[in-house]
Ligand binder design. Structure first.
Ligand code: CMP
Length: 139
């Protein structure tokens, strides 16, 4: 069943380049409501756990190093059809393949430093949101 919620992170490259405001503006203008939000930094251990589903992939080590290299913004977002609509808003994982006007086309540098994360299913949105936020941190 669709939960109408998704989970996102603004990744270290986008934070470092001062794109937090621009990305949040696009998220709000696309009709997403912010349920929870946190400015934080992942340890290598926490990044490894968050991306555990990619453990066997060749890029896992690079991904973990990168995601723990600087602060990120984590958020739970709400909108009808949130998971699919957010993936449309952010564009393809590889920014060279992302559609014009998408967040990754505008703000991402590379497939690894691709500005934002977006959950790929309702189930993962739930798991990823629970990774960062308690019930008391959701509004
Ligand atoms: P994200 O949506 O956060 O989910 C997994 C991440 O792995 C993905 O975005 C990319 O940043 C990263 N990723 C996927 N494929 C590659 C790749 N071929 N090389 C490096 N990083 C990758």
């Amino acid at each position: 069943m669709a939960t109408n919620r998704t989970f996102t992170m603004i990744k270290p490259d986008a934070v470092e380049n001062n794109y937090i405001g621009g990305i949040l503006k696009m998220i709000n203008e696309a009709g997403f409501r912010i349920v929870a939000m946190k400015y934080t930094k992942l340890s290598a251990e926490a990044a490894g756990k968050f991306y555990e589903i990619h453990k066997e992939r060749p890029f896992y080590g690079e991904l973990v190093n990168y995601m723990s290299s600087g602060p990120i913004v984590a958020a739970i977002l709400e909108k009808e059809n949130a998971v699919a609509d957010f993936r449309t808003l952010i564009g393809a994982t590889d920014p060279t393949k992302a559609d014009e006007g998408t967040i990754r086309k505008i703000y991402a540098k590379s497939i690894a430093a691709n500005a934002v994360h977006g959950s790929d299913s309702d189930e993962n949105a739930q798991i990823e949101g629970d990774f960062y936020f308690s019930k008391l941190e959701r509004f």
